[in-house]
Design a protein around this ligand. Structure first.
Ligand code: SF4
Length: 289
């Protein structure tokens, strides 16, 4: 059984790889044991929804099946890219790709048109007191670098609608009659009411996104007030992306087990729901300390 099967997954999320850079073992336990949704996570999600609705019109489509869900995602993505050209910014664009033969998915928080090209920006909610040390911001850095590379591959036509349809078995999927009625009510043209057609449209739009900026951004937002706490601009390089993939894929390929945080980062265990239960790596030291 490979790692993906063991974790009951079919794709690797960009956030999985980012989480490996916080604590790989915690990421794995999140799948094998299950992670509780904390109040902080809920707050972060609702703030993302509020921000998305500020920029992109919510769509009155209610998927009834996996096929409907895929259609809605691709359709919404296409509209989000239209908004980018119209408003010079857009939010919540799901990106797809492939790495080492694994399916890779992620959702970009924001794309903004700058003078030097389209910039990928990622929002993170934090409490004001939180610090911005390197270990704390490392997973966010990884996430935004992955998004930048995935978007580049879509723009350059290295991951296409054909790749997507093959990988997701699109030709075996059919939209539900109820969802098709919703598309009808929305005025969606008959010849674009299939996943393959909406996929073709979205991936074609990706190739026309324009030049991408080599700067990526992390936008830290106060989780209570919604105000900006800090903006970090980082230089994207292929080298950094390659290093991220080289490290993370050793885990996904089963070449090594999930690693716990190093001794000097065992303070992270104070924030981990598995500490002292499913994970006792630093339990004796913490008890003594
Ligand atoms: S207790 Fe510490 S080492 Fe163990 S999974 Fe949690 S963060 Fe990682």
């Amino acid at each position: 059984m490979n790692v993906l099967e063991r974790l009951h997954k079919t794709s690797i999320r960009a956030t999985d790889i980012a989480s490996q850079y916080w604590c790989e073992l915690k990421m794995e336990l999140g799948y094998t044991v299950g992670e509780r949704v904390t109040a902080e996570m809920r707050k972060g999600r609702s703030m993302h929804e509020e921000l998305e609705n500020e920029v992109n019109e919510p769509l009155p489509l209610e998927p009834k099946s996996y096929a409907d869900y895929l259609y809605k995602m691709l359709y919404t993505n296409g509209l989000a890219l239209d908004a980018l050209h119209k408003n010079k910014r857009t939010r919540e664009v799901q990106v797809y790709g492939s790495v080492n033969g694994y399916r890779l998915v992620g959702k970009i928080d924001e794309l903004v048109v700058h003078e030097d090209g389209v910039m990928v920006s990622e929002d993170k909610t934090k409490s004001e007191r939180s610090a911005f040390s390197e270990p704390q911001t490392r997973p966010h850095r990884v996430q935004v670098m992955l998004y930048r590379k995935m978007l580049q591959d879509l723009r350059d036509g290295l991951y296409t609608s054909a790749n997507f349809c093959r990988s997701y078995g699109v030709d075996r999927l059919a939209l539900t009659p109820e969802f098709t009625r919703q598309l009808d009510a929305l005025g969606v043209a008959k010849d674009t009411r299939s996943i393959r057609s909406v996929s073709d449209i979205f991936f074609e739009k990706c190739t026309k996104i324009g030049k991408l900026s080599d700067t990526v951004q992390l936008h830290y937002i106060d989780q209570f007030t919604g105000k900006t706490l800090k903006v970090m601009r980082l230089a994207y390089t292929e080298k950094e992306f390659d290093d991220i993939i080289t490290f993370s894929m050793k885990y996904w390929n089963g070449e090594r087990n999930a690693t716990a945080v190093p001794f000097e980062e065992k303070w992270k265990c104070d924030y981990c729901i598995f500490f002292g239960k499913q994970c006792k790596v630093w339990w004796p030291q913490k008890k003594l300390g």
